[in-house]
Design a protein around this ligand. Structure first.
Ligand SMILES: C[S@@+](CC[C@H](N)C(=O)[O-])C[C@H]1O[C@@H](n2cnc3c(N)ncnc32)[C@H](O)[C@@H]1O
Length: 263
């Protein structure tokens, strides 16, 4: 395989699948989260919605949404050049999907979108990368982008701190299973990036990604303390304060929740 030929669909499907396996190592319930998310989009907006997938990565949500709702249209936005390269390869020729490169912390990010209004905005495992203040501002942007009656869905790491012993017991089980999966060869975040950077079709985008966002191939040694929201309650309260009329948790595990908010 050389980087001068054009890779076929199986190549991009391989990366789509390997991204899924890596993410599932962290979130064994990831597929269930997506199912409830797509159910809620369908329930609130019908079978042909215009959807914005925020921080789309390789397009995991768009992929599942379009399988369930083939008449939907998706704008998928992300900052990462390598993950967008996989998404572009995967969705090549699919006119229902527009891919946009932008930073959600940039105050003018909505100007890059092809539409001024959406029926649904969806996002998964992404907004925990944003600090409290830019995230609250983003929630205000989303209230303006969604049509009245439209829905926002955020699946992410969010805790219900009212039951610490239940959370700790579930976390211990999850950690034990992660160790077992590692012994059987499961890739983690750093391992996935090491593999991706070796693909000749991805190596240039890998270089751009490492220069722009840092190099994830080495496991982090020190955890930087940032001002980031951690509770489900924060998300619900902030969405209501920023112009949504209803907000509630529609799914949760010990570490994650899916919050739905109606415009
Ligand atoms: C763990 S991935 C999740 C991707 C996808 N939603 C999924 O569930 O597979 C987090 C994503 O958030 C994106 N991201 C983080 N900060 C961002 C920002 N400021 N603007 C746009 N995308 C961002 C990353 O590039 C990455 O694709």
């Amino acid at each position: 395989m050389t980087a001068t030929s054009t890779p076929d669909r199986r190549h991009w499907q391989h990366w789509q699948d390997s991204w899924d396996r890596q993410q599932e190592w962290y979130m064994p319930d990831r597929e269930e989260r997506f199912r409830v998310m797509v159910d809620t989009v369908e329930a609130v907006t019908g079978r042909a919605p215009r959807v914005l997938d925020l921080a789309c990565g390789t397009g995991s949500i768009a992929y599942r949404l379009l399988r369930r709702l083939p008449d939907a249209e998706v704008t998928a936005i992300d900052i990462d050049p390598l993950l967008l390269t996989i998404a572009r390869g995967h969705f090549a020729g699919d006119e229902r999907v527009s891919l946009v490169e932008a930073d959600l912390t940039d105050t003018s990010w909505t100007e890059r979108l092809p539409h001024r209004s959406y029926d649904a905005v969806v996002t998964a495992t992404a907004l925990h990368w944003l600090d409290t203040e830019p995230l609250a501002r983003l929630y205000g942007d989303l209230a303006r982008l969604l049509r009245e009656g439209g829905v926002f869905l955020n699946a992410d790491h969010m805790k219900d701190e009212s039951a610490p012993r239940i959370n700790a017991a579930l976390l211990a089980l999850h950690t034990r299973r992660q160790h077992e999966a590692r012994e059987q060869g499961a890739a983690d975040w750093a391992g996935w990036w090491r593999e991706a950077a070796l693909d000749p079709y991805l190596s240039r985008a890998a270089g751009e990604r490492f220069a722009l966002l840092g190099d994830p191939r080495q496991p982090r040694t020190a955890v930087e303390r940032r001002d980031r929201p951690t509770t489900t309650r924060w998300h619900i309260d902030t969405l209501l304060a920023k112009g949504f009329s209803e907000a509630r948790q529609v799914w949760c595990s010990a570490s994650d929740a899916l919050v739905a908010a109606l415009r």
